[in-house]
Design a protein around this ligand. Sequence first.
Ligand code: F6P
Length: 318
Amino acid sequence: MKKIGVLTSGGDSQGMNSAIRSVVRTGIARGYEIVGIKRGYNGLMEKDFIPLGSKDVSDKLYRGGTFLQSARSEEFRTEEGQKKGANNLKEEGIEHLVVIGGDGSYRGAAKLNDLGIKTYGLPGTIDNDLPLTDYTIGFDTTLNVVTDAIGNLRDTMSSHERVSVIEVMGRNSGDIALHAGIASGVDAILVPEQPWDIKEISYKLKDRFNKGKTHSIVMVAEGAGNGEEIAHMIKDHCGLDTRATILGHIQRGGTPSAFDRVFTSRMGHEVIRLIDNDIYGVALGIENNDITYHRFEEIFEAHQPPNTKLYSIFGDLV
Ligand code: F6P
């Protein structure tokens, strides 16, 4: 019986468990044996393998995090480590490997593919920063977590006539800030993909307070700047009482949204179809609501264009 390995790597994201569940259940239905690899590529180095049956993924669909756990492995970054990883899989009879993670995890998967393991990438990151997919796993859930948090902040900021500067994750991408900012009706969004002028923003905020606004919210992507520093700058420019909130890892938790559950269930299913058809060395995504796949090289060469259209929509809404 053919064996399929599955691991989660890099920062966890809501929906990883649902993706594993889909690979396991669909794989078993097609007659494959599924092996879970614990703690990402670290577990691959140490042969930390567990057999996964249908019951092992019960109750996982709606849980955040990853029950296989995740890590960023230093050893696996080396050529030696990659060879060891491929050998460990071969010794175990694992021919196919599904890697759920972000860009760094995909690079590792591509190396294993070159070393004779048939690999597949699923876009597991809240950052939405992978090309050739409209969404990544966990991004939608994170937007809901951020939007809920902003609702709470708005209550207290309004009572005290304050400006709230909220720093969100995203690494070099401003997508979390942009989407959650629009969903929350914030007053300014600072993203790395667009230039911003803090003096101009501060004057606009002051003007709104002068016209009767009781609070303002400024959304900052971590790649655009530091929330605390930006809060200080705003206070210095316009004198408004300003507080910074760094949302941090709370954004990576919580039960996956219905979108993330369905999206990952579809991708797990598609991976098994690709295995059945002997297609490998590819990463999956969702484009125009279709589950698609591209060769790893294509993903590495592709450029993720900034979402200028959405940014300009936001500009007309404030
Ligand atoms: O890539 C996901 C992410 O949450 C980024 O948004 C953030 O910059 C980073 O991981 C945080 O990493 P760590 O969990 O190692 O602090």
